[in-house]
Design a protein around this ligand. Structure first.
Ligand code: EZ4
Ligand code: CO
Length: 418
């Protein structure tokens, strides 16, 4: 028994017109791997959802193909909340990145369909525009402090108002976030690249980097930094305190947050704003952090956090505690996720900032979209839905290519956080 058996009719067609008749998983590698879910209704309206989980793509593809799609056929595409609850509660096994990414793909595809049915962009369905554009930050990096400072300068020249800065660490061969010329892409080998990590060198170089950036570029530009989980809580507290004079917009993932209480230690020692959550997948992962005001920005974005339906709950909860959004936006999140995220950013009252890395040209060709960058902000389009489509013929020319993220070890071989 499902919703499509109702005979109720609306001005946008009957529930029968909205019946889901097809759902397909599309795996493609235009520059990097992406998993996309395409849902189609009886009246021929289609919606797209991103389902990409970097380095574990096929697990989500199978979760969708083998376990979710059979449950979608015959359902009313307009019942977004009920389908979300069905997939979350109904699976019995809750949460986790694979499950929540799969649910997000369905949810975003259904919001896309709803927008097309209503003839409205998603931001309008959510409650309308709260701002003219989403402040974004770009990714500057360099092998040393001087190179990183030059890279920040180039972002400022391009109109960026906020820039994340990472630099090489003396003695560390392949530090996180550092490219050698071409665009930064960490998932570059079939099996993980093994890198070596040195915390003492890192703790020394980062304050030097930001001292130089303020000297070279002044105080107007927003500066951000990503620790990428590699410090212990007391080391993170030391770093947060040592960069205080340079007024960071945020310090990201200063220590792993499985134990949310560990952020209390950082807070006791520093007023540097903290961001966390790109690896979270539900409101429960950030509940303690938010209600105890241990962070300032929540990073979880649409694709890994159960879609628009769940992110809206997280953002509302965060707003009660003056925590703002700062969505993850690396290249492993497809333009479909970025499109949906920008509609959310345009609406959400407690918006902070949006991460923005440039996708490869092939990626942009496979996923045509109507969002655009100008004056330091990304602007979502006015097309109904999220405004991102897929060229399936072109996508088929880029077959899946297995790639995993690197791992890190301490100098003595101990496994560490990459
Ligand atoms: O390493 O998305 O803030 N951005 C990041 C990213 C993550 C990748 C992992 O797939 O930390 O660059
Ligand atoms: Co990050």
């Amino acid at each position: 028994m499902n919703a499509s058996s109702s005979s109720e009719t609306t001005s946008h067609g009957s529930h029968r017109d909205r019946e889901i008749v097809d759902a397909r998983v599309i795996v493609t590698c235009p520059g990097r791997n992406f998993v996309t879910l395409k849902i189609e209704t009886r009246s021929g309206i289609t919606g797209l959802g991103d389902a990409t989980l970097n380095g574990r793509e096929l697990a989500v593809a199978s979760y969708l193909q083998d376990h979710v799609v059979p449950n979608l056929i015959g359902r009313d595409a307009g019942r977004i909340e009920d389908i979300w609850q069905f997939l979350y509660r109904g699976a019995y096994w809750r949460r986790g990145p694979v499950t929540m990414t799969a649910i997000a793909a369905v949810d975003v595809a259904l919001w896309d369909i709803l927008g097309k049915l209503a003839g409205m962009p998603i931001y309008q369905l959510l409650g309308g525009r709260s701002r003219e554009g989403a402040l974004v930050y770009g990714h500057a990096n360099g092998r040393d402090v001087a190179e990183a400072s030059d890279a920040v300068g180039r972002f400022i020249e391009q109109g960026f108002l906020a820039v994340r800065a990472q630099c090489g660490v003396p003695g560390v061969k392949k530090a996180y976030g550092i490219s050698s010329g071409k665009a930064y892409e960490p998932a570059e080998s079939e099996l993980p690249l093994e890198t070596v990590w040195s915390t003492p060198q890192y703790l020394d170089i980062v304050p030097q980097l930001f001292e130089r950036l303020r000297a070279d570029h002044g105080n107007d530009v927003h500066l951000l930094h990503d620790v990428h989980h590699r410090l212990t809580p007391i080391e993170a507290a030391r770093l947060a305190r040592s960069v205080e004079p340079y007024r960071l917009f945020w310090l990201e993932d200063a220590t792993p947050a499985e134990n949310q209480k560990s952020f209390e230690l950082i807070r006791q020692h520093s007023t540097t704003p903290l961001a966390v959550g790109e690896v979270f997948n539900s409101i429960w992962d950030c509940k303690h952090l938010i209600e105890n005001q241990l962070i300032d920005y929540i990073r979880t974005t649409i694709v890994h956090g159960g879609g628009i339906t769940h992110l809206r709950r997280m953002a509302d909860f965060a707003a009660l505690h003056q925590v703002r959004t700062g969505f993850h936006g690396a290249t492993d999140l497809s333009p479909v996720c970025m499109g949906a995220a920008l509609h959310f950013d345009t609406w959400v009252p407690n918006f902070g900032i949006q991460e923005y890395m440039f996708h490869a040209d092939e990626t942009n060709e496979v996923f045509p979209h109507d969002y655009a960058f100008h004056d330091g902000r990304l602007h979502c389009g006015e097309a109904p839905g999220h405004g991102v489509s897929i060229d399936e013929k072109l996508a088929a020319r880029f077959p899946y290519s297995p790639k995993q993220l690197p791992v890190a070890r301490l100098e003595d071989g101990t496994m560490w956080d990459w």
